[in-house]
Design a protein around this ligand. Structure first.
Ligand code: SF4
Length: 279
């Protein structure tokens, strides 16, 4: 059986940078606080925790003082910076530059009086960070039907969470425009993620079975899987090699493995080795 790992898989540059910053700090220090899970990957998180990374929540910012706190690639609202600094903490900021840029654009549009709409997941940390900078005064939706109350000639400024599917974002824009809503749509999907999606579409057609490896809470992992499944019916998503099922590979000659932006190459290689043992 031929097994191929997608050459585009592995950490994106935003996640790579965040992990580098954490590891660099932990080389010379015993511990480092991190606001939320640094990466949606259990294995990588365990490694970082063993080196001294401690996960904290927003409420912990009320008590942690004179310490180093890492802000992850998803970005944080200004209130988190203010709180952390108030108690004399040092912030190690690993906000991805693409997210930072999006935050700035949204704040500028909001300050200019525009009505902000965000196509994304309400509970996603990136979205929480973005709207936190505009007093949560934005409409976040992941289904265009949630906006049925918008009328013809209503005017909105629309952004997308960086890891939503571009096709679906375009469809949202089209449906709103078809209804007569005046939409100032900003392309805010991460180009690195978008490239990965485009190339995945081709990758999925080349193998009998596709395995997407992603942490259970990885939003972009779910998007990659949904695209893969729509193209290749024999697509499966796993968070580790233990979840592989032997029956998926019956009668198959080729397997393609890809992963989320937070899935390390080492895990993809373990999945590859596990498949070889199964067949
Ligand atoms: S997916 Fe894109 S926006 Fe998100 S962290 Fe990675 S590089 Fe940055």
């Amino acid at each position: 059986m031929k097994i191929t790992i997608d050459k585009n898989a592995g950490f994106c540059f935003g996640v790579t940078k965040a992990i580098e910053l954490a590891n660099d700090y932990l080389k010379n220090n015993n511990s480092l606080y991190c606001l939320g899970e640094l990466v949606h990957n259990e294995e990588e998180m365990n490694k970082l925790k063993q080196s001294g990374l401690k996960i904290i929540s927003y409420n912990d910012l009320d008590v942690i003082n004179s310490s180093a706190i890492l802000f992850r690639a998803h970005g944080e609202p200004n209130a988190a910076y203010t709180k952390a600094k108030l108690l004399n903490n040092t912030i190690i900021d690993s906000t991805c530059p693409i997210v930072k840029q999006l935050q700035k654009k949204v704040v500028a549009a909001y300050n200019a009086g525009e009505k902000i709409f965000i196509y994304g997941k309400k509970t996603h940390p990136e979205v929480i960070g973005i709207i936190g900078n505009i007093n949560d005064d934005a409409v976040v939706f992941d289904d265009v039907n949630e906006l049925n109350y918008l009328h013809e000639s209503d005017k909105i400024t629309l952004y997308s969470q960086t890891t939503m599917q571009p096709d679906k974002y375009q469809d949202v824009i089209k449906q709103l425009k078809d209804r007569g809503v005046i939409v100032n749509a900003i392309d805010s999907i991460c180009s690195s993620f978008n490239r990965r999606l485009i190339e995945l579409k081709d990758f999925c057609t080349r193998y009998d079975v596709i395995i997407i490896v992603a942490g259970k809470s990885s939003s972009n992992g779910k998007s990659l899987y949904s695209i893969s499944k729509s193209i290749n019916h024999h697509s499966y998503i796993v968070s580790s090699e233990e979840e592989l099922q032997p029956e998926w590979f019956k009668g198959c000659n080729t397997v393609g493995i890809s992963g989320a932006t937070s899935t390390p190459l080492s895990l993809l290689k373990r999945v590859e080795r596990a498949i070889k043992k199964l067949v």
